[in-house]
Design a protein around this ligand. Structure first.
Ligand SMILES: Cc1cc2nc3c(=O)[nH]c(=O)nc-3n(C[C@H](O)[C@H](O)[C@H](O)COP(=O)(O)OP(=O)(O)OC[C@H]3O[C@@H](n4cnc5c(N)ncnc54)[C@H](O)[C@@H]3O)c2cc1C
Length: 326
């Protein structure tokens, strides 16, 4: 077993930023990613446009040039892929980390392929793997999905979309424009206030003109093969339905964090414990980076404001090495 200075779990934008920073500082590092490079971005809707402008998604000041101010998914894939390949980052793809254990001052990391030894471990596993379930009968039917990819699939179909945030609203507009009959089911009284400022008027106008149907203050009660029941302020309503997109957000893998021994706040935010100056958790040598830091508050951290984690962590690891040498 080779003894690494840093093992990074997750090859998303922030895991990559950590790898790049470690490489620049001459540390012996490895990124382990369970899917392709930037797996979460790869799984975003194919036409997705970031709300951030491209310079705010840059890592290590490497210029990100996009056609429009706010890049599209395929441009982001190109950007992060080129960072990995042109810097020859040490990354293992399609390999999942199953277990991280600490004994004395050393971490042992077991993946689906190998066992590693590392002095420090960075967890940069994001939050896109686990959807917030709506927990109703029928949610497991094949016609229900928690991920939206391509509007073509829903053309000429009766599509119900659950949710009021960016993912749900983008999907509703795109699918309606490609010929789906869209019904939005929104738990609150309005379209989410955090919906991109240039998209919100579009959806509100489509709802007002009757192109997209909406049930406000409503929740799905049951999904069946060809219809669904919605609980509305006027009582239960049954609508015909071919497909359901339940786009009600995602959450970090808390079981994984707890298995590592990271303390979570006891309220429903489940905030992981870490020092915001160094990103070190309650376990010395174990760090958090990227959007995983927000617990259930997944809207708090983005690439924009978490790319700084890479430098904070590597600086802290270097300072520990210096102290040891001295
Ligand atoms: C639809 C959408 C739009 C967004 N738009 C923006 C935007 O415009 N601007 C912005 O700044 N942010 C945006 N975000 C937020 C942010 O871009 C993403 O959450 C971003 O991917 C976070 O980067 P990350 O590296 O922290 O996590 P991720 O990109 O999620 O990377 C985590 C990686 O860890 C891997 N992984 C997980 N578990 C394991 C394991 N056990 N072993 C190995 N690998 C593992 C995953 O496969 C994944 O590749 C958006 C998020 C979503 C969902």
């Amino acid at each position: 077993m080779k003894n690494l200075d840093i093992l990074i779990v997750g090859g998303g934008p922030i895991g990559i930023a950590c790898g790049l920073q470690a490489k620049k500082k001459g540390l012996n590092y490895l990124i382990i990613e369970k899917g392709p490079i930037v797996n979460s971005l790869f799984n975003y809707p194919i036409n997705m446009q970031f709300f951030s402008s491209s310079e705010r998604l840059e890592i290590d000041d490497i210029p990100f040039i996009s056609k429009e101010a706010k890049p599209k998914r395929n441009e982001a894939l190109e950007y992060y892929r080129r960072i990995v390949t042109s810097n020859k980052l040490n990354i293992h793809l399609f390999e999942e980390v199953l277990e991280v254990k600490k004994e004395d001052d050393q971490f042992t990391v077991q993946s689906t392929k190998e066992k590693y030894s590392a002095k420090n471990v960075i967890i940069a596993t994001g939050f896109y793997d686990l959807p917030n379930k709506i927990n109703v009968p029928g949610e497991d039917l094949p016609k229900v999905s928690h991920y939206y990819k391509d509007p073509h699939f829903y053309a000429s179909q009766k599509l119900a979309i659950v949710g009021a945030s960016n993912s749900a609203i983008d999907a509703a507009l795109e699918c309606w424009r490609k010929g789906a009959e869209v019904t939005l089911i929104i738990r609150g009284p309005e379209v989410g206030q955090r919906v991109k400022y240039w998209v919100r008027p579009d959806i509100i106008n489509r709802i007002e003109e009757g192109s997209i149907a909406v049930f406000y203050n409503s929740e799905v009660k049951e999904i069946r093969e060809q219809e669904m029941t919605i609980n509305t302020p006027d009582g239960d309503i049954v609508i015909a339905n071919d497909f359901v997109l339940a786009l009600t957000g995602y959450m970090p893998n808390f079981e994984f964090l707890e298995m590592l021994g990271i303390q979570l706040s006891q309220d429903n935010k489940k905030l992981p414990t870490y020092d915001s100056a160094t990103m070190e958790t309650n376990i010395s040598g174990l760090y958090l980076a990227g959007v995983i830091c927000g617990g259930m508050e997944t809207h708090k951290w983005f690439i924009e404001n978490s790319r700084i984690h890479a430098k904070l962590i590597v600086d802290h690891i270097l300072s520990k090495i210096k102290t040891k040498i001295n």
